[in-house]
Design a protein around this ligand. Structure first.
Ligand SMILES: [Mn+2]
Length: 327
């Protein structure tokens, strides 16, 4: 059983020194919640990463959850037993350089993977809807005492946000959510309201609306694409575009010479043949940079200008076959 291999890996690594549990640089609730929850199971594990996203930052403050913010060139503990990376499909997705010669363990649920593994490394990859789901499965069996209300809240928050409030859930993730709540003494509805209670400042609202006002709807091959650029909140803009009925949403941004693409697609599009993660990986092969993700949510980052990146994505979309099914 693969989770036993994780238990063995952690036991060996923590016997050799401190083991940072490193998050993805987007700092979303899934990566942060996974790291803090897993780190709570062993005193030699330390949750850390480059960045805390808005929601993760607020929940961590409310719960006083231990998380260490790293600089781009972190000073790692001198006696380091290994590094666990959660919810990141590549080293660049962590934003930091992993020291050479240190065993790594990657726990991730993305469809794409650019890690290279050597002897002593461990990869745990699954089709879980959130990495917190994988961490819960591990803690449930190997460290049930770690599952305090606080840890359960962090795990549940990762599951709630990565599934878009369970819109993209499946049987296993819903069952996992029920199990997380089974031993909890907080109320689900109250917690969900707290997670959803995201305040958007007037200037952020302005940026989101500006992004929406620039939207263009085009036909690319057999697909409808709505694309725009936004300086902030690209994921939110993309979700709003999908709610407006687009088959594929693409939001780009350019900052400090780096272009980032964020794409979303509804289930009806992924059933018909869209796999945004693979398309972004394809884009990285053509344009350089790094791309990947899930079928309905993915991203790419690279050095070329915004228009060139958008054009390359649109070409890939135009060449994506559509499975027509009669139902
Ligand atoms: Mn995730």
């Amino acid at each position: 059983m693969i989770l036993e291999r994780l238990a063995d890996w952690i036991e060996r690594a923590t016997a050799n020194g401190a083991v940072p549990v490193l998050t993805g640089r987007n700092g979303d609730m899934d990566t942060i919640g996974s790291a803090i929850a897993l780190a709570a199971s062993n005193p030699n594990l330390l949750a850390c990463g480059l960045h805390l996203g808005r929601l993760a930052n607020r929940l961590c403050q409310e719960m006083n959850a231990p998380f260490r913010k790293l600089s781009k060139n972190p000073s790692w503990p001198s006696k380091i037993g290994g590094i666990i990376i959660v919810d990141a499909a590549s080293e660049s997705q962590t934003g930091v350089t992993i020291p050479d010669g240190v065993p790594i363990c990657v726990i991730d649920h993305h469809d794409t993977c650019e890690w290279e593994f050597g002897a002593g490394d461990l990869e745990l990859r699954s089709d879980a809807r959130a990495t917190t789901q994988m961490v819960f499965e591990y803690l449930k069996i190997n460290s049930p005492n770690t599952l305090s209300n606080q840890v359960r809240k962090l795990l549940l928050a990762g599951l709630i946000t990565d599934t878009g409030r369970f819109r993209h859930a499946d049987q296993a993730s819903l069952y996992c959510a029920a199990q997380i709540l089974e031993g909890a003494t907080f109320e689900y509805q109250e917690f969900v309201e707290n997670v959803q209670n995201e305040e958007i400042s007037a200037s952020d609202r302005g940026a989101i609306l500006k992004g929406l006002s620039r939207c263009q709807s085009i036909e690319s091959g057999k697909w409808n694409l709505v694309h725009t650029h936004a300086g902030i909140h690209e994921g939110k803009v993309a979700s709003l575009i999908i709610q407006a009925g687009a088959e594929v949403a693409l939001v780009s941004r350019n900052r400090d010479g780096e272009t980032r693409l964020t794409a979303r697609a509804p289930r009806s599009s992924t059933i018909s043949g869209i796999h945004l993660g693979k398309m972004m990986q394809n884009l990285a092969e053509k344009m350089g940079g790094e791309g990947g993700g899930h079928d309905g949510a993915a991203g790419w980052t690279g050095k070329c200008d915004r228009i060139a990146a958008e054009t390359a994505f649109i070409n890939i979309l135009a060449n994506t076959k559509r499975n027509e099914n009669e139902s």
